[in-house]
Design a protein around this ligand. Structure first.
Ligand SMILES: NC(=O)c1ccc[n+]([C@@H]2O[C@H](COP(=O)([O-])OP(=O)(O)OC[C@H]3O[C@@H](n4cnc5c(N)ncnc54)[C@H](O)[C@@H]3O)[C@@H](O)[C@H]2O)c1
Length: 359
């Protein structure tokens, strides 16, 4: 049975974008019935902006609202785990921003809490909801792309002192990580969504762009995938021309995209460069009958609604967030130890409980 879900959005930075680009474009599926932020004047400004009457600075008040189906956590990363665990305990569904939590142990705790709750957790990874990315996935899964060889992913953004005025972004324990965890996480997730899981990696990180921050703002990672392909990621917050770029070489085609500043741009160009006329014909034929879901937050929220109402698996789950955490845990360990790291990272690993106080 399909019904309108009532949402409470908690944390009103990117939380405002969830409202404007995720829920408002889906009026028959969602009602943003309440908002919460510890900053009362900001809370009221956002409430006025969207005409939302129920406004709370105290999260416990939100948890006590019986009619709320979904809690959308958009607060700084270091707060996510406690807010999600409390929401699951209250029987609410949870949508939560990236990075979800700061360790594999935290994810496993959430998996356990989810298994005991009537609520489910969907991590936000809106980059997967992009026409070009969905078409690329379709060409790969139908076998038209052929054998994957190599891929490169560049997340070259610009973040200066102004960005770090939000103090949490400077610190390991609040941000949980730097450019790898907070910025390149989307593009890396997209690359592994297209190519499959990681077998091993080697990583280096550095803080070279911004002064007075604990977390890394430059990173490079070399990856071997289970499918046998090789990939590299380069990420910085010091690119004077912000750009996201990905290039994947397959037996039958090159798939490439570059976008200024990032892949969320709805018109981000994706090119499918065929090896010959026959492959070009097969690409045209496959894409002619392919209808991708809506772009960005609107598409991911629509998928969430469909899954909850039809009691089918969510489009993204804690298992997806676990893959991201596995990659990050291995990358930070590799960077610390100058060593290649096989995945998955196991529960007896030194960084299973996090790396934030050990880098
Ligand atoms: N998916 C994306 O593209 C995307 C983009 C930006 C940010 N993010 C993620 O969203 C999260 C928030 O980032 P942001 O840039 O919006 O941060 P922000 O600092 O701009 O906003 C966070 C808001 O949360 C409020 N807040 C903090 N602790 C709270 C609590 N315990 N209860 C209620 N409100 C609380 C703050 O007052 C603030 O208004 C981070 O995890 C970030 O990585 C994701």
């Amino acid at each position: 049975m399909t019904r309108k879900l009532k949402v409470a959005v908690v944390g009103l930075g990117v939380g405002q974008t969830h409202i404007s680009r995720g829920y408002l474009p889906n009026p028959e599926r969602f009602e943003v019935a309440a908002i919460c932020d510890i900053d009362a004047s900001h809370l009221n400004a956002v409430g006025d902006r969207f005409g939302i009457e129920r406004r709370e600075t105290d999260y416990l008040e939100i948890l006590g609202m019986d009619d709320i189906d979904v809690i959308d956590v958009c607060t700084p990363p270091g707060t996510h785990k406690a807010l999600m665990l409390a929401a699951l305990k209250a029987g609410k569904h949870v949508i939560c921003e990236k990075p979800l939590v700061g360790s594999l142990a935290d994810i496993d705790e959430l998996l356990d809490a989810e298994s005991r709750s009537s609520g489910h957790v969907m991590p936000i990874m809106q980059y997967r909801y992009n026409d070009g990315a969905q078409k690329a996935k379709h060409l790969i899964t139908t076998g038209i792309a052929g054998k994957p060889y190599v891929a490169t992913c560049e997340v070259h953004w610009l973040r200066d002192a102004h960005y770090y005025e939000h103090d949490w972004r400077r610190h390991w324990n609040d941000a949980l990580g730097g450019v790898l965890m907070n910025h390149a996480i989307h593009a890396n997730d997209l690359m592994f969504y297209l190519l499959g899981p990681v077998r091993s990696l080697s990583a280096r990180i550095a803080t070279r762009v911004n002064r007075g921050i604990e977390v890394e703002d430059c990173a490079s990672v070399t990856v071997e995938l289970h499918c046998g392909a090789l990939a590299t990621t380069s990420a910085t917050l010091g690119s004077v021309e912000p750009l996201s770029r990905m290039r994947l070489c397959f037996e039958n085609m090159v798939i490439e995209t570059d976008s200024r500043p990032d892949f969320t741009a709805e018109d981000a160009p994706w090119r499918f460069i065929p090896a010959n006329d026959e492959i070009a014909r097969r690409i045209d034929e496959a894409l002619a009958e392919f209808a991708p879901p809506p772009t960005g937050f609107a598409g991911q929220m629509q998928g969430f609604h469909n899954a909850i109402c039809t009691k089918t698996p969510l489009p993204l789950t804690l298992a997806d967030a676990r893959h991201s955490l596995d990659f990050a845990t291995a990358a930070y360990w590799s960077a610390k130890t100058y060593s290649p790291v096989p995945l998955p990272v196991m529960a007896d690993h030194a960084f299973y409980h996090g790396w934030q106080n050990a880098i």
